[in-house]
Write a protein that binds this ligand. Structure first.
Ligand SMILES: NC(=O)c1ccc[n+]([C@@H]2O[C@H](COP(=O)([O-])OP(=O)(O)OC[C@H]3O[C@@H](n4cnc5c(N)ncnc54)[C@H](OP(=O)(O)O)[C@@H]3O)[C@@H](O)[C@H]2O)c1
Length: 253
């Protein structure tokens, strides 16, 4: 796999941690097929930045909560791979996700179903449908959260379904070991992105509070995560599988 052109599929590559991942991969000479949900202009900017770095990227629209659209999406992925000169891809990063801070007493079935669809069901079925075109010896990274180890108010469904991602990772690592595919979770702490309305980045009180809880003394930035994901996809990390790797700067230690 080392000398061949390598291709990653990254969900939610238009902004935040996914964007940082796509750019970190481009810096290592790895092409990406990445998805956006609605931010097409941001996605196009990421494609341009990847090309400026000397790699290639193709942006595809996908709502990860819409499992019924996945067969058509896999068809688009196949066509994108053909245009990149490959039949199979090397790395899958299940990064796209939505936040939610509904108070438990106010939680409705519709809200829980939507978080489940985007943050868990979509990850499960997208992985299932992409596995036939993932190379043996490839890698999968699922993005979870520090909130599966420690708590914060009004985050019960979000954190619980990310907890399901941690367990999904463990079982998929066992399932796919026979194909030489590693499966790991990266669990970021609070990172300054648009997530949760950009609160960690834009609300000075929240930013300061997160810094006070963090051993390294600040909230995270996207580039604390993207290069880590890229490094876990490298050959150097080949013996790591079934693990939850927290990247939180030491939040709530
Ligand atoms: N930021 C944090 O503090 C933090 C901490 C721990 C874990 N995480 C996890 O990290 C991942 C990325 O978060 P982020 O901070 O980078 O968020 P972000 O800046 O809000 O970006 C979210 C990305 O996911 C895409 N997306 C959102 N909903 C989608 C859907 N239904 N279908 C397909 N794509 C969708 C967005 O596409 P568009 O651009 O088209 O909207 C965007 O590319 C998420 O899984 C999140 O749970 C974040």
């Amino acid at each position: 796999m080392n000398n061949e052109k390598r291709i990653a599929i990254v969900t939610g590559g238009s902004r935040g941690l996914g964007r940082s991942t796509v750019l970190a991969l481009a810096a290592r000479g790895i092409d990406s097929i990445f998805t956006y949900n609605s931010a097409v202009d941001e996605a196009n900017k990421v494609v341009a930045a990847v090309e400026a770095a000397g790699a290639r990227a193709i942006a595809l629209q996908l709502d990860t909560g819409s499992v019924g659209s996945f067969d058509a999406f896999v068809g688009e992925v196949r066509r994108a791979m053909t245009s990149l000169g490959a039949e199979r891809f090397d790395y899958l990063v299940n990064n796209a996700g939505m936040s939610d801070h509904t108070k438990f007493a106010e939680l409705t079935e519709a809200v829980l179903d939507r978080i489940y669809a985007v943050n868990f069901k979509g990850v499960v079925f997208l992985t299932q449908k992409l596995l036939p075109i993932l190379k043996d010896g490839g890698r999968i990274i699922n993005i979870s959260t520090g909130l599966t180890r420690f708590t914060t108010p009004d985050t019960i469904p979000y954190a619980s379904l990310k907890g399901a991602i941690d367990v999904f990772t463990l079982y998929m690592a066992k399932e796919l070991g026979r194909r030489g595919i590693t499966v790991n979770t990266v669990a970021p702490g609070a990172i300054q992105t648009d997530f949760s309305g950009g609160t960690v980045r834009d609300n000075p009180a929240v930013n300061k509070h997160v810094a006070s809880l963090t051993a390294l003394g600040r909230p995270g930035v996207p580039d604390d995560i993207g290069p880590l994901v890229a490094s876990l996809l490298s050959e150097d990390a080949r013996w790591v599988t079934g693990q939850r790797i927290e990247a939180s700067g030491g939040m709530n230690l």
